[in-house]
Structure formats: C-alpha cells, structure tokens
Ligand binder design. Structure first.
Ligand code: AMP
Length: 294
C-alpha cells in the first residue's frame, strides 16, 4: 500500500479492505481502465461533490477484450492517472493485477443476458460478460453506496443497471454526461490511436447524432428515418466505416419503429483501424448530448 498525498493506493484485495474500512459514507466508486482524461475526471469530481469518500479503480480488464482486440496495446499511463485522481480528490485507488482479479482456475462470470446481445455485443460477443463480472467484483471489493458511469458507454450503463437490480447490489448507479472535445468528438482513451487525418474525420459521429436529433426536433418520429439521417451523414465521410446506427429504447435496447418516449440514438464507426462509439439520449423529453470542453 502506498500513499500519494492524502490518497491511498491499494494493489491487493487485502490492502483495499484496509484502505476502505475507515472511509466515511456515502462512498462513491468510479471504475476505470486508466489512460484517464477529462471524461474520467468528470466522474471523479461528481463523486467527490456527492460523497464523503471517493474510490477509483485502474484496471485494464482482460475479460472484456475479444481475442482480436487491443488489450496488449491499450494505453497505460499509471503515473499520470494517479496525479489526475489525486487532483480530483480521490481517497482510495485500487490497481489490482489480473492474477488477483482472475485467480488460477477462474470460472465464475456474471452474464446480463439479453442486454449484452445487440449493438456493441453484436461484434463483441463476450464484452459485457467481462464488464459485468469485473464491475460485480469491484462492487463486492469496494462496497460503494454510489457508482459513477459515463453516458458515453450507454449499453454499459444499461447492463450495469440491470445487474444491480437483478443481483440486488445495495447501491445507486449515477450516470455522468459525455465530455467532448470542442468539435464534438467524445473523449476516449482510444482517441490516442487516431492519425491526424482520422482525428479530423472523427467528429462525424457527433454530426451524425446531431442530424438525427435535429430531425427528431423537427417532428420526425420514424426510427427508420432517424437511422437514415445518421447513415447519410456518415456516408459523406470517406475515412468512416459505419458498424451500426441505432434508435432504441434506452433501458431494453430494443430497436424502435416509432419514437414515442425516451430514446437512445447510438452508433459505432470504424475510423481507420479504430472503433469509436457515441450516443445521444432523450430522457423525459430532454436531450442529454454531453458537454463540450473548453
Ligand atoms: P473506461 O476507462 O473507458 O472503461 O471508462 C471508465 C468510465 O469513464 C466509464 O464509466 C466510461 O463511460 C466513462 N467515460 C469514458 N469516456 C467518457 C467521456 N468522454 N465522458 C464521460 N464519461 C466517460
């Protein structure tokens, strides 16, 4: 166990238990894979504002990566991450090794069945099983009262909320708006992979979502036509290869023929070799489209 200023860094479950014990309630947890940016900082600051103690985890979770995905080259910036967490007011940071989270012979997984199948799940079949399993383990290890997740990963939010209800975790899930660059690109650790030309194309995700939102605001309610609005913006960007565009119920993730109440506009696009995702959420008649930085 080490201390940086007033923050404790625990790297084993035993150290985490010791660091967690004296923390006053409510305890807020921010799970992350590191390579932190202003989006993660927004989660930690929100937790700091709402909770008496704040914990964060830095763990590149192998079980949520597919065999052909970027586990080995996922950016790792531990020193900077700890500085950012300390600056945002975290009390406890957990940096476990994979062998500790997944001991030899590991075979107990959490599967949120139907919500893990569409959208991201269609091309990443075991992704949400890995997410749900590690988040469940972090909930058991930290015993938080609140857990903070980004709207950026809307399907992850749906999966975690369902798991919390189904397994009866005694905590509240808090969702924080997507933090964006000034041109609309959602901050992501994977943006570091983009070449300058790809970076210039990447705001097409935001433009596509914006065009569907504008169509909705002009009265368009057909799910099909809202999807077409997104696709036609993406088609004009040569470096962007659309993987899916979706107009779905935010809780069940079922595709909507006709938009009636809440809805989630979401898409995944390959820009060069990098897979980017983004979404806008309409909740109780109000759009949640994120916050432009700067
Ligand atoms: P990750 O490290 O990518 O697993 O993300 C950790 C948490 O930060 C997740 O809850 C993400 O949804 C959230 N997050 C990632 N990017 C952003 C962003 N641009 N704005 C808000 N939250 C984000």
């Amino acid at each position: 166990m080490t201390r940086t200023g007033r923050m404790t860094v625990a790297s084993t479950p035993e150290e985490l238990r010791e660091a967690r014990r004296p923390c006053p309630s409510p305890f807020g947890l921010v799970p992350t894979m590191g390579a932190l940016h202003a989006g993660h900082a927004a989660l930690v600051r929100r937790a700091r504002a709402e909770c008496a103690s704040v914990g964060a985890s830095l763990f590149v979770n192998p079980t949520q990566f597919g065999p052909a995905e970027d586990l080995s080259k996922y950016p790792r910036t531990l020193g900077r991450d700890l500085e950012l967490l300390e600056a945002c007011g975290a009390d406890v940071v957990y940096t476990p090794r994979a062998e500790e989270v997944y001991p030899d012979g590991f075979q107990t997984f959490v599967t949120v069945e139907r919500l893990s199948v569409p959208l991201e799940g269609a091309s990443r079949p075991d992704h949400f099983r890995g997410v749900a399993t590690v988040v469940a383990k972090l909930f058991l290890a930290f015993a938080p009262d609140r857990a903070y997740f980004g709207q950026k990963d809307a399907q992850q939010v749906a999966v975690v909320r369902r798991m919390v209800r189904d397994l009866g975790f005694p905590l509240r899930v808090v969702v924080v708006p997507t933090v964006r660059e000034r041109d609309g690109l959602a901050l992501s650790s994977r943006n570091a992979y983009l070449s300058p030309a790809e970076r210039a194309s990447a705001p097409v995700l935001f433009r596509a979502l914006s065009s569907a939102r504008e169509a909705f605001d002009r009265g368009e309610r057909s799910g099909g036509r809202l999807r077409t609005a997104m696709r036609s913006v993406l088609a004009r960007e040569p470096l962007a290869e659309p993987l899916y565009v979706s107009v779905a119920d935010p809780e069940t993730l079922e595709e909507l023929g006709e938009a009636a109440g809440d809805l989630l506009l979401s898409l995944a696009v390959r820009v060069g070799p990098t897979r980017l995702i983004d979404n806008f959420l309409l909740e109780r008649g109000r759009w949640e489209t994120g916050i432009l930085e700067g």
